[in-house]
Design a protein around this ligand. Structure first.
Ligand code: SAM
Length: 259
């Protein structure tokens, strides 16, 4: 494969890092120190910041274009979320679970400046960086509740490529919390590895991979989410697929239509 200047820069930036190659969460990264099975942490903090700087890119664009090889992927996701009506001039209070580098926030802010943006993130290095870079509110994070967020207060609660690794109990606890905090008219957006993401070819590729990535990928039938959120007053505005590792993940946009 021909090597682009960006790829060469990326290789230089991670010089000295050898051996283990992880292709988890849609990210292609080399590291000898990072524990890929620890899902409460994100990609290596300093290496990634340095590599993005060397490439002259924002961290988000670096992750999309260099690490994942899909330039514009985050932008495309946010554009679809907005097309479903989930980001508009009525979006005043946003909550994000597991923002990692903040690449989704970066794209949301190009469309809308909310009055409040709260984050729940278990990776301390990234959360501190994210909060100070973007001036968002970092909430105490116990890994399954949104305790600092008031009931019926949120216009958009989002999480991308987080529930593809959390255990079933963590996932459904966060679902319950989403239902609690979302106001009528608000949106809950998140992705899941559903049966639609597990076609035989993908199943085989996952089986043949030698990745050790803890609970990733965690899977759940799409119907379980649809029925659960319907019971909490949400309508499925739509869903779409985005690439993740060797397969895809299905992103859901739920609109709360009644209490
Ligand atoms: C695969 S990364 C995705 C990050 C970001 N959303 C993106 O797509 O670039 C998962 C993120 O969720 C965070 N995380 C994992 N478990 C969590 C939990 N229980 N509550 C909040 N954040 C969590 C990780 O630290 C990491 O930042």
């Amino acid at each position: 494969m021909e090597r682009t200047p960006l790829r060469q820069l990326a290789r230089r930036a991670v010089k000295g890092l050898i051996g283990q190659v992880a292709s988890a969460f849609g990210l292609q990264i080399r590291s000898r120190q990072h524990d890929w099975a620890d899902i409460a942490s994100f990609i290596p903090f300093r290496d990634t910041l340095q590599a993005a700087k060397a490439a002259g890119l924002t961290v988000g664009d670096y992750i999309d274009g260099v690490m994942n090889g899909i330039p514009g992927a985050t932008q495309a996701t946010i554009a679809q979320v907005a097309a479903f009506g989930a980001i508009s001039d009525r979006t005043r209070h946003i909550v994000e679970i597991g923002p990692g580098s903040g690449r989704y926030l970066e794209k949301v802010l190009e469309l809308r400046t909310p009055e409040r943006y709260q984050i729940y993130e278990t990776a301390n290095d990234w959360a501190d960086h994210f909060a100070s870079t973007y001036g968002v509110t970092r909430c105490p994070t116990d890994g399954c509740t949104l305790a600092a967020t008031e009931t019926d207060s949120v216009d958009l609660i989002q999480a991308y490529k987080v529930l593809s690794a959390t255990t079933l109990l963590t996932t459904v606890r966060y679902w319950l919390e989403r239902a609690r905090v979302t106001r009528v008219g608000g949106y809950a957006v998140f992705d899941l590895v559903t049966e639609e993401c597990l076609k035989p070819e993908t199943v085989e590729r996952r089986a043949l991979s030698n990745l050790e990535t803890g609970t990733y990928p965690a899977t759940i039938p799409r119907r379980v989410a649809a029925v659960f959120f319907a019971g909490k007053g949400f309508q499925l505005a739509g869903s779409f697929f985005v690439p993740m590792g060797v397969g895809t993940t299905e992103t859901f946009v739920f609109n709360r239509t009644h209490g």
